[in-house]
Design a protein around this ligand. Sequence first.
Ligand code: BG6
Length: 281
Amino acid sequence: MTALKHFNNGFAYLEIENRQAKAKIALQGAHIFEYTKEGEASLLWLSQKSLFENNKAIRGGIPVCFPWFGKNDKGKDLPQHGFARTMIWDVVLQEDLDECTTHIVLRLESNAATKKMWNYDFHVELDFLIGKQLQVSMHIKNCSTIPFDVTTALHTYFKISNINKVLLDGLSHNQYYDALTKKRGTHQDSTGFSQEVDRIYYAVPNKIYLQDEMRKVEIESFGAHSLVVWNPWIEKSKHMRDMTPDGYKTMLCLETANAGDDIVTIHPNQSHKIGAIYRIV
Ligand code: BG6
């Protein structure tokens, strides 16, 4: 069952419930901000101070970064992580496939506002399968007459019990770019984080695992070559008005992406698909 709901300020979202899971997806940004599998704690972290406001991305869940990831050097007024996460998307499909799985599709098409920031014709769909696992995929179509380049991410905030003890498994000697030191490096296995992290890992395997004290989550990605690992830690959190001082302790962003060096060129009438399946194993 899916219902359209609103917060008091009018901010709209879909509330989904079936026999296997519950979820909430904001129309702004096609942004899923809750997914809870039956009998489990919430998969996605959501800041207790998250703003559900027009034109502000929700702090938590899965923000969608499109058509660029990170800052855009072409203009200082261009929004970080693109415009998709703060625009209103249309719901084009909502159906229960059976008692245990709900299929939702939202769509964003180029318009006068998007063309001011990025002068191409496109449509992009966010496709959700909500059930005993969560599948999220982004389908981008180039409707222009010339090719365009995109960088993208599903900027997933995972809820964890302890940032100091969480283990990221599945990477081997992957190369990464560290946005804090502006240097490249090679991954070394370690348990837990003890400081701010902001890295883009390259050539990542299509299955990685987040091992936490409370559970293990498998992230199976498709159409993605990079993985962004981010936690703002203490100092950066102080400068973010939608983070609590302790919020960083119970979250880790593992972002299925094509970011940094991994730029995707999409030709006219061609499409690109990137996505992930999240399983509590
Ligand atoms: C990460 C970036 O993906 O997102 C970080 O690597 C950034 O550099 C973070 O700080 C959060 O971005 P925002 O725009 O949601 O505050």
